[in-house]
Design a protein around this ligand. Structure first.
Ligand SMILES: [Zn+2]
Length: 191
């Protein structure tokens, strides 16, 4: 047999003993790629964690517990601002002890130290007036306020009740800074 014929005979031999190639598994069509989700933009009336920390976490890093507190505080402030319907800046958020001791009239055991309080800018008094007229809102959210006569130009809100459990409490034994800001009278049902 000529070499060429021999080669051809090999190539033509039926390959009966070979398993047929398995049919290729159907390829599932790739799911349509979901469009990339845009980063959720903070609502314009919301404060951010950055607003709250004021860069002070670089000065005195937060413990895990303080981080949790800060998140709850920011969330609750934003729930309040959602209902209020407009933006308020953070006058004072997280306050490490080194900062707190230089804040005039700050309580040495201020809830700002533990990231449980926030001072919201309120130079026009509109947030104060709105809170007084809508005390069901902070009650539902779980926020307590310092008496507005002691907080001219801002509103102090905190996520834990004072010892007295009053929704609006007098924060100091010192005389009020703005005695005419408010009557001091509110329905005790909100305590
Ligand atoms: Zn405060």
């Amino acid at each position: 047999m000529a070499l060429l014929d021999w080669l051809l005979s090999i190539l033509k031999k039926p390959e009966k003993n070979k398993d047929p190639l398995p049919a290729p598994a159907p390829v599932a069509p790739a799911p349509a790629a979901a469009p990339p989700k845009p980063e959720p933009k903070p609502k314009p009336q919301h404060i951010t964690m950055q607003d709250y920390l004021m860069g002070r976490d670089a000065l005195a890093p937060l413990t895990d517990e303080m981080k949790q507190n800060a998140q709850i505080t920011v969330d609750k402030v934003n729930q309040l601002l959602d209902k209020f319907g407009s933006r308020r800046g953070v006058n004072s958020g997280y306050r490490p002890a080194a900062v707190n001791q230089h804040v005039k009239n700050a309580a040495p055991n201020s809830k700002h130290l533990t990231c449980q309080a926030c001072d919201l800018e309120d130079s026009d008094g509109k947030l104060r007036d709105w809170i007084i007229a809508n005390l069901a809102v902070p009650k539902e959210i779980g926020l307590w306020m310092e008496d507005f006569r002691w907080t001219p130009g801002w509103c102090h809100v905190q996520i834990v009740p004072p010892a007295s459990k009053k929704r609006i409490y007098i924060p100091s034994t010192k005389p009020p800074l703005n005695p005419n800001a408010w009557s001091g009278v509110y329905d005790k049902a909100y305590d």
